[in-house]
Design a protein around this ligand. Structure first.
Ligand code: NAD
Length: 496
């Protein structure tokens, strides 16, 4: 089967500047690969400063008009985008599987999840926060309102090609801000397809030109440096690795940009002695294997009470070994490829180093022969404390299992990380669950739950996992400035 034949025939591959999809002025392109075959599925425009500066000019022009639209009108646009993504869900899922690799069923799940951010923020657009109080000294009134921060640059990773962008674009638009989106080089096609949805919906509602631009480029660092040096840009929202996040925060200083940083994770998964083992095994499988382990919230390290460790590990390893690698468009594939050969080799090196230091491979342990960049589902035990595989984000279908004695030790081991995005714990008692919820250090804690991402919840981390929240009622605040207006006392019967 020639998989590129599965791509929608009118898939855009140019730069989206407002409603137009056009080749880069330089004429340059870059290839997008199917990681399951290693073959090129499309050539995409490689934008340079001509495009990203034009996009910022257009965003600045769109800003005031869009911000002046009534919230309900903005909400209607977001609702229409939700409906259109949902209508084209199968196209989105197919493109996503082809460029990112995950099985089609998982891509369908991401499309539904990604679209939900437009529905959620359509609902939030008409509920922008504010308050009015009399000043404590009785001098007058304090009105606290919100204004849009201004043009936003959104930089997104490859692992969730749609949702990582929609949870930035939707709240920004709801708040009244135009957006420039820079998708990951590995997976620009899903975002360019979203551009087609924007073009259709924006034309229907006659939104200001240049409200959203999508700029695929191989020159990410050059682009962000140039745009962030332009005082007209007001916000950078980034999802990606911690080192790049740190660099963007440094760069944001000169123009005092607002920043939101959704960075790396190293999630622990704690199994208490009193946990329901059926649920804990299934929870650990889902927390690890969703998105093939290529999720910032993926369980990276399992800690299990020594009294149940033998049974848990045996059952968990058997479930891991039951995954079937294969092309994501093929019936029966439950585990897609790693995104690139480089990432696959990085994972192999982490395992090799752990084994050299004494770790035991319970199942898996190796890359699968090509074509494509597949890796066996892998479980390691006896991993020495401090090993790289425990301190670094694995980002693949690989996990360690370590034992502890008593919840205090379990929590101490779980919290032994500089990251703090997600943490999971299973316990069968109220006391155990409460102790774990209170003591695990992370921005998001799942108690007897593995699926924690939700458009209605604030997604984000602490420590080296970054700051800022996406989703929930908190998500829109990232795109709003606070404005306080002082007014005099209004006395009954007096005209001001
Ligand atoms: P990455 O940091 O290499 O790239 C992310 C994006 O930043 C891409 O679009 C890339 O082109 C761009 N980029 C790279 N260097 C840049 C630079 N110097 N200046 C500006 N932009 C630059 O990360 P990745 O490998 O694509 O994604 C994996 C990482 O993302 C993992 O660490 C994962 O944990 C993290 N992630 C975090 C979340 C979250 O919400 N916390 C969600 C998904 C992924």
């Amino acid at each position: 089967m020639i998989y590129p034949d599965s791509l929608p025939h009118d898939l855009p591959t140019g730069v989206w500047l407002g409603l137009d999809n056009r080749p880069a002025a330089s004429g340059e392109t870059f290839p997008v690969e199917d990681p399951a075959t290693g073959s090129v599925i499309a050539e995409v425009a490689d934008a340079d400063s001509a495009e990203w500066n034009a996009a910022l000019d257009a965003a600045v022009t769109a800003q005031d008009e869009w911000a002046a639209w009534a919230p309900r009108r903005r909400a209607d646009v977001l609702s229409a985008i939700f409906a259109e993504i949902t209508r084209r869900a199968e196209d989105f899922a197919t493109v996503m599987t082809l460029e990112m690799g995950k099985p089609l069923a998982e891509s369908r799940g991401e499309v539904a999840y990604g679209a939900e951010y437009f529905r959620w923020f359509a609902e939030e657009a008409v509920r922008l926060p504010g308050r009015v109080n009399q000043s404590p000294g009785g001098l007058g009134y304090m009105s606290v309102t919100r204004t849009p921060v201004g043009p936003v640059l959104a930089i997104t990773p490859w692992n969730f090609p749609l949702a990582m962008a929609t949870r930035k674009i939707a709240p920004a638009l709801a708040a009244g801000c135009p957006v420039l989106v820079k998708p990951a080089m590995e997976t620009p096609l899903t975002m360019l397809l979203l551009g087609q949805v924007f073009a259709e919906v924006f034309a229907r509602f006659d939104v200001p030109a240049g409200l959203v631009s999508i700029i695929p480029t191989t020159r990410a660092a050059e682009m962000s440096a140039e745009l962030m040096a332009d005082p007209r840009l007001r916000k950078v929202t980034f999802t990606g690795s911690t080192p790049v996040g740190r660099q963007l925060v440094r760069q944001s200083a000169d123009n005092l940009l607002h920043t939101s940083m959704e960075l790396g994770g190293n999630a622990p998964f704690v199994v208490a002695a009193d946990a329901d083992l059926d649920q804990a095994v299934e929870g650990a499988i889902m927390a690890k294997m969703r998105n093939g382990g290529e999720a910032c919230t993926a369980a990276n390290r399992i800690y299990v009470d020594a009294t149940v460790a033998g049974e848990f590990t045996e059952r968990f390893a058997a479930r891991m070994a039951s995954y079937r690698t294969g092309h994501g468009l093929e019936e029966g594939s439950t585990l897609g490829p790693i995104i690139t050969a480089k990432q696959r080799d990085r994972i192999a090196a982490l395992i090799d180093a752990a084994v050299t230091d004494g770790a035991t491979i319970v199942t898996g342990g190796h890359a699968v022969d090509g074509p494509g960049y597949f890796f066996e589902p892998t479980v390691l035990t006896d991993v020495p404390a401090g090993a790289d595989i425990l301190t670094q984000e694995i980002f693949g279908p690989v996990i360690t299992v370590t034992t502890f004695s008593g919840l205090e030790e379990g929590v101490r081991l779980a919290n032994d990380t500089e990251f703090g995005l997600a943490a999971y714990a299973f316990s069968g008692s109220f006391e155990g669950a409460s102790y774990l919820a209170a003591n695990l250090n992370a921005g998001m804690v799942g108690i007897n739950r593995f699926a924690i991402s939700d458009p209605g919840a604030p997604f984000g981390g602490i420590g080296q996992s970054g700051f800022g929240r996406e989703g929930g009622v908190e998500g829109i605040e990232e795109y709003l400035d606070v404005k306080y207006i002082a007014t005099p006392n209004i006395e009954k019967g007096h005209l001001l």
